[in-house]
Design a protein around this ligand. Sequence first.
Ligand code: ZN
Length: 206
Amino acid sequence: MSRKDDRREKALQDLQEYHVLMLNGHFDFGNGYHGKVYLNPHQLFRYPSTIWRFAQDLLDVLPASILDATDVVAGPVTGGALLAHTMAGLLDSRRDIAGPPTLFAPFTADANSGHGLSRFYQQQVKGKKVLLVDDVRNTGQTLERCAALVKEAGGTVIATAQIYDRMEAVVHLDAPNIALAEYKAPENYPVAQCPLCQSGQPISTF
Ligand SMILES: [Zn+2]
């Protein structure tokens, strides 16, 4: 096993240890469905030290060619932006101090279009190479929207990255995608057909 595979395996364990990812439970999602797996990205940010740790790990699995080329780390509010801000800072601690500092850009939440990029940050991104990050990749549509905003602003997305990939992406960008940890949760069950209920397993708390 390579060092990077090692790091990924450890990250999946760490996500469980920090209660970001809960496997083998019996969760009531409150929408008529039960399932074994629960993901709570808020646990990544409750203690800043947690996101610092996972941001370090994500930097460790990103190819050096991408890290070297990155001018801006950008991510959508809230989780992606907090991660991007942390990664931009940590990236500088790994680089030649004589170089220009890494920039950060947040995508705001927009009620109509999903996400937006303010005029100030459009200027920051213009002509720059952008590493686009998020805490979790679901369908990939958020990253797709953010990548379009970078392009509109005159920047180039060189890669996308996330701490946790649910392996359910329906859109894939041209740029490479790197996940620290990936795990595909099994299907959830309508309550009336839940085998966990039928086996008498108590509902898990989270
Ligand atoms: Zn159940």
